[in-house]
Design a protein around this ligand. Structure first.
Ligand SMILES: Nc1ncnc2c1ncn2[C@@H]1O[C@H](COP(=O)(O)OP(=O)(O)OP(=O)(O)O)[C@@H](O)[C@H]1O
Length: 597
């Protein structure tokens, strides 16, 4: 499949263009390597090419047809950076089968195709087909993902960081597989940082810099000019930099195009014997011997390092044997430390209030909301929250994306609460509904949505550290009763910070699902079928993350009984007192409206 793009632009919400003015022409049966530093736009461009995101402007043409032809776009398979977010079925067989079913392949043919696809990635069908994809090693998971992508016989295969996390042998096997696929006529685009492996086999290399194309051409011309890669912040492959040195020393005539060429070239020249006594000019024998003595060497090195660190002003090491680990950490960030203040800049407007004032608003707001049983106070609260969200410049699209998963569920609950078989007011298809039930259910649903909105506003306008310090301060008195409050505050702050992570994973899983089946758009992305497929892998990811987090916390010596080093300085000002009084007044007013209405 030939793929062309014309002046592609893509912007994430509220950001600068992640991809800008990309015009490409990738011929059929070629292997294109896409590289660039972190954040240069590789993954975004790959997603656009896989039709998993829509360009802000510009167009993509597959073969010679327009992109609106979804059938053509579905001939593109993509394997993502993290295989964990791409697997969702109970067995490897079912996982690969998903894409085939989506494309209407008959049941009889499926097993043969799956076995073939697995074989191409070096996995035996008999051994792996019945296993759970979640219990495979990282490398095996990646192979299963590639097998799933190959099974649907794509015209274009896109691989994002395919060798990440693979051992050298597995990476070599993948490289060979990629070359075989190219020989079979498949077009491949590979986003990677692994230039050593992929540049020698690439037909074309695209280097990205700040979302734009920095270089587009053959690999040898790129590696021959070290400035080209350096300008994009990249390091040349080892064979190229060693080859260049060899050329400078007259050992080679030209910079080699791969490691093999370098080795063959060097074999023709006997290498000079290394000198046994090579020290920098001015270094005398006594200095050498003192540096060789282990004690001296250690002392000197650590002193030099200390001096270096203090000169740079990054952090000061305290090597005194008496100082404990905690004390050392406190030297770096202790309360009142001016650097600590700099590290945690206050947010503008009411968002910069002391977190204790915000916690007050959150707790009072939740209590008052729970007591509301009529529409008027709920609408007043909704207006207030909308005003606060607008003043904090939280975009409506971002808020909608946050609420979208809840909306379907709440709509369902609302309809459920309106069901009435005994005294129905009207019928909706086979369902009998009552007005009173719908009003009651509507009020309950609105109340819960507003509670979620309050939490959303709180976490959107307060980062983790202030949020936790504020909470810790509030529950500290319970410590006198022997309650381990630090565990609570850690649990709350981690859980709240988990929410964006979960939403991010949800989005990744949906993308992965889209890349394997029909490209679902709009509401179709939230169909019960999509949700059912995503829910198990999402739970597995959340549990896995929880497990890793617990291990990380433990391995870093977390002890709830120990004094903790604060990472945020609480500062209560007159403005916070006024805000707290305002919060009390508004809560009282809403409570009064709730009582009289
Ligand atoms: N979901 C998102 N929302 C907002 N900005 C994003 C999002 N994803 C990526 N970006 C931004 O878009 C830019 C390009 O990101 P992208 O992931 O495409 O880079 P990349 O070259 O693939 O990086 P890496 O090598 O780290 O994977 C970056 O500035 C990044 O911060």
């Amino acid at each position: 499949m030939r793929i062309r793009t014309e002046h592609l632009f893509f912007c994430y919400e509220g950001g600068r263009p992640a991809v800008q003015d990309i015009s490409l022409d990738i011929p059929t049966g070629t292997l294109t390597v896409l590289c660039g530093v972190n954040g240069s736009g590789k993954s975004t461009l790959l997603r656009l090419l896989a039709d998993l995101a829509q360009p802000s402007s510009g167009q993509i043409l597959y073969d010679h047809g327009k992109k609106t032809d979804y059938k053509t776009a579905e001939a593109v398979s993509m394997v993502f950076q993290q295989p964990e977010t791409q697997l969702f079925a109970g067995t490897v067989h079912k996982d690969i089968e998903y894409g085939l079913m989506e494309r209407g392949v008959s049941k009889e043919k499926r097993t043969e195709i799956i076995a073939g696809a697995l074989a191409k990635t070096g996995l035996a069908y008999d051994e792996f087909a019945g296993r759970s994809p979640f219990l495979l090693s990282g490398g095996e998971k990646r192979r299963v993902c590639i097998a799933g992508a190959l099974a649907v016989q794509p015209g274009l295969l896109i691989l994002d960081e395919p060798t990440a996390g693979l051992d050298p042998q597995a990476a070599q096997a993948l490289l060979e597989m990629v070359q075989q696929l190219r020989s079979s006529g498949l077009t491949l685009i590979i986003g990677t940082h692994d230039l050593d492996s992929f540049l020698p086999v690439a037909d074309k290399v695209i280097v990205m810099k700040q979302g734009a194309i920095h270089y587009n051409g053959p690999a040898p011309a790129l590696t021959a000019d070290p400035g080209l890669l350096a300008d994009a912040g990249l390091t040349p492959p080892v064979y190229a930099s060693m080859g260049r040195r060899a050329v400078q020393h007259g050992l080679l005539e030209a910079v080699p195009d791969n490691l093999e060429e370098l080795l063959i070239g060097l074999e023709k020249h006997p290498l000079p014997m290394p000198q046994t006594d090579r020290w920098p000019a001015g270094t005398g024998a006594s200095a050498r011997s003192s540096a060789m003595s282990p004690g001296n060497q250690n002392t000197k090195t650590s002193e030099q390092h200390s001096a270096e660190y203090s000169l740079k002003g990054t952090w000061k090491r305290d090597h005194s044997p008496r100082s404990s680990r905690t004390e050392r950490v406190q030297t770096i960030i202790r309360p009142g430390n001016p650097r600590l203040e700099q590290n945690t800049p206050r947010r503008p407007g009411w968002q910069g209030l002391d977190p204790r004032a915000k916690w007050l608003g959150m707790i009072l707001g939740s209590l008052v909301l729970l007591g509301m049983n009529t529409l008027l106070p709920l609408l007043l609260t909704a207006g207030l929250l909308a005003g606060l969200a607008a003043s904090a410049r939280i975009s409506w699209r971002r808020a909608f994306r946050f609420f979208r998963p809840f909306l379907l569920m709440f709509l369902f609950l609302w309809l459920l609460s309106g069901l009435s078989w005994s005294s129905p007011d009207f019928a909706l298809g086979p369902l009998s509904l009552s007005y009173a039930g719908l009003v009651r259910g509507g009020i309950n649903v609105l109340r819960f949505l507003l509670l979620i909105a309050l939490g959303f506003l709180f976490t959107e306008t307060t980062t983790g550290a202030p949020l936790r310090e504020g909470l810790e301060w509030g529950i500290a008195p319970l410590r006198t009763l022997g309650i381990r409050t630090r565990n609570w505050s850690l649990a709350v702050s981690v859980t709240l910070q988990f929410v964006p992570w979960i939403l991010g994973k949800l989005a990744q899983l949906q993308l992965a699902l889209g890349s394997r089946g029909r490209r679902a758009r709009g509401v179709a992305r939230w169909s019960p079928r999509q949700i059912a497929l995503i829910i198990v892998p999402l739970l597995i990811l959340v549990l896995g993350m929880g497990d890793e987090l617990a291990t990380a916390v433990e391995s870093r010596g977390y002890d709830p009984a120990k004094q903790r080093t604060p990472v945020y300085q609480l500062r209560w000002s007159r403005r916070d007192t006024l805000a707290a009084l305002g919060i009390l007044a508004v809560a009282a007013m809403l409570w009064w409206v709730a009582r009289i209405s």
